[in-house]
Design a protein around this ligand. Structure first.
Ligand code: XIL
Length: 380
């Protein structure tokens, strides 16, 4: 960590009095936490995403496992705009509150995901009640209300925000999303960062995206970061979603991106890590969630069980990734998995629905896989 200690970072903006109070709980939860997060305690935070299912059904078994192995959590879905504000002015806090309470109770670093994104947006966000498109001023107004209300509710409890998600297209500069098209340019991005910083100056603010190893995307973002630095746009970190596979991406490109963003003063977060073991459908390796390829049995070869040789490749891939993360531990604040066990991974349904994937560290029975033990062994 740079100017603040890892401990302070974990606690975010907690006051000294609150800190003293929390100390007893912290000792308690540190003793309970004997898994991955404590193994990597001197390196970076180790996080997981919490699903709506876990929150809604109060899955205690899974929650106990999460509290043991992880010290950071991200909201997989419950804070996305379509879920937390399903209609303009109508807020649904149920699952988001449970998510934040869980993290607070277990003394975890809490990540809010995501304030501004083109996906999972409510149907009425970019239009008036009569269906006509809103203009730029109305867009800014709605964005401000959304960010102000969401950040305001959890101020002092959520330490890191994915402020803007996926605003850059592969090799094509800014994504021509409804945000961009309504605004007429990409100013909404810096506007969101400035507002988030104003609302909570102690929050750590991230730009998050997929395929961040892509040299074209990297070059574009580096230019944006230089420009933001020059003009004082408050951005603190870059999130590499890290939806990777057994053979992609080339880890040298991944490393080049870690170095390039860090060279611009950014803290690095691997925000949505998992390793897809299934055949790549039509050479697609992106994470744009609207993608949906047709199912075929050929694309779902391990429906019954994962063969030993693929399990070994999965383990080896995780070891290579964590060796890279450890090499850059001075730049990396957090490595978060996109889910805890294979049964809940979005990769069972993306980019092809109805497959059986094995991308995480725990299997469908919540048992740690060989990859888990290999990552623990790396730290012994
Ligand atoms: C995914 C969730 O995991 C799914 O449950 C949901 O149906 C679609 O979104 N990039 C992101 C995440 O930033 O929010 C996405 O999460 C995966 C891609």
């Amino acid at each position: 960590m740079t100017s603040i200690s890892r401990r302070q970072f974990l606690m975010g903006s907690a006051s000294l009095a609150a800190l003293a109070n929390l100390k007893a709980c912290a000792i308690h939860s540190a003793a309970e936490r004997t898994g991955l997060a404590s193994a990597y305690g001197d390196d970076f935070l180790v996080g997981t995403a919490i699903s709506n299912d876990t929150l809604a059904n109060d899955n205690q078994h899974l929650k106990t496992l999460i509290a043991r192995d992880f010290n950071a959590i991200t909201a997989e879905n419950c804070m996305k705009s379509a879920l937390v504000q399903p209609r303009q002015g109508q807020w649904d806090w149920g699952l988001a509150d449970r998510f934040v309470n869980f993290g607070t109770q277990h003394d975890m670093h809490i990540v809010g995901h995501a304030l501004v994104w083109h996906s999972q947006v409510p149907d009425d966000f970019f239009v008036h009640t009569d269906g006509s498109p809103i203009d730029r001023d109305e867009l800014i107004q709605r964005m401000e209300t959304h960010i102000r209300t969401l950040m305001g509710r959890y101020k002092g409890k959520i330490q890191t925000w994915d402020v803007v998600n996926e605003a850059i297209d592969e090799d094509k500069g800014w994504r021509k999303s409804a945000w961009f098209n309504t605004m007429g340019n990409a100013d909404y991005v810096e506007h969101a960062f400035r507002l988030a910083h104003e609302l909570d100056p102690s929050a750590h603010l991230i730009y998050n995206d997929y395929n961040m190893h892509n040299p074209g995307k990297r070059a574009f973002l580096v230019d944006v970061l230089k420009d933001y630095k020059r003009r004082g746009v408050p951005i603190h970190g870059v999130g590499l979603q890290s939806h990777v596979g057994l053979d992609y991406p080339d880890l040298q490109e991944f490393e080049a991106s870690i170095e390039a963003y860090a060279a611009q003063g950014m803290r690095i977060h691997c925000t949505e890590l998992e390793v897809d073991v299934l055949p790549v459908a039509w050479e697609f390796t992106g994470a744009e969630i609207s993608t949906d390829f047709e199912y075929s049995d050929q694309l779902n070869p391990y429906a019954d069980a994962l063969p030993t040789d693929i399990q070994e490749r999965l383990t080896e891939r995780y070891v290579q990734l964590f060796r890279l993360f450890l090499k850059h531990r001075d730049k990396i604040d957090r490595v978060t998995f996109w889910g805890t066990h294979d049964g809940e991974s979005w990769k069972n349904d993306f980019p092809v629905r109805g497959r059986t994937n094995y991308p995480l560290l725990f299997d469908r029975e919540l048992q740690p896989k060989p990859a888990y033990f290999a990552l623990m062994a790396l730290k012994r």
